[in-house]
Design a binder for this molecule. Sequence first.
Ligand code: DO4
Ligand code: MG
Length: 291
Amino acid sequence: MKLAKVRLADGSVRVASVEDQTVKLLDLSRSATIRCLADILNEADPSALARSLIDEASDPLPAGAVRFLAPIDSQEVWAAGVTYKRSQIARMEESESGASHYDKVYSAPRPELFFKGNARRTSGPGEPVRVRADSRWTVPEPECTLVVSPKGKLVGFTIGNDMSARDIEGENPLYLPQAKVYNQCCALGPCVLLADQPLDRDSTKVKLTIHRAGREAFKGETHLGMIVRGWDELIGWLIRENDIPDGAFLLTGTGVVPPDDFTLEDGDSVSIEITGIGTLTNPVVKAKSST
Ligand code: DO4
Ligand code: MG
């Protein structure tokens, strides 16, 4: 079952189930305690609860009749890094001073985890993702994203874009937070595939396509079987001495890296498709540098 946050033509925001391009609205007023999508995701059995809240009185809608929003409420967004060999190699090349850190973290027991943002910094489908005005080299990172409950349970999967200023990160590893966390630095969506339908990692593809002026500027793909870490392993490290009272989204790292002479430009369009979840597409914005 897939759940989403959607905006209807009248402007109202609703939680919905999505199946075969058909959207069924949920009626949250039937529950005294459920106010948003996160409340459903954080319950013991999100599928059963969502099914019980489907509003049979309202007609199912075609997916094209609603606007999909980022499926986030008050959760934090975290990200894992260097979980694919491809990312380890790219990072070692980009950073002379930090190369050995990237080499070690790929195989160390403790993964790289960093805070990526919150709802305010996160774009939904169709909303812009940003290239920092002070970056000359920024790429999207297409990442399978775990939806984690406050108790650390894997409750679902969505698609994430971990926008990354590779020049800022490469100049000095201590600049990582600025390379990774800024306005519109992350995109999530279009829906959450509930985890009671587990993803088969080897057959789940992650595809990245970047369009520029109507033409394909980059295309690449990987599959989840290439990730060196397990989902429970990553979540276990995330919640170690670190409460997530509202739950969290955990991006699991990138295995698709455009060539080093490629940077996103204002007006590009980034699409990330993950088998079984859907496609997340965002336009790219970059303000002119004031420096
Ligand atoms: O170490 C820098 C970030 C790595 C990352 O974001 C990734 O591998 O996806
Ligand atoms: Mg990443």
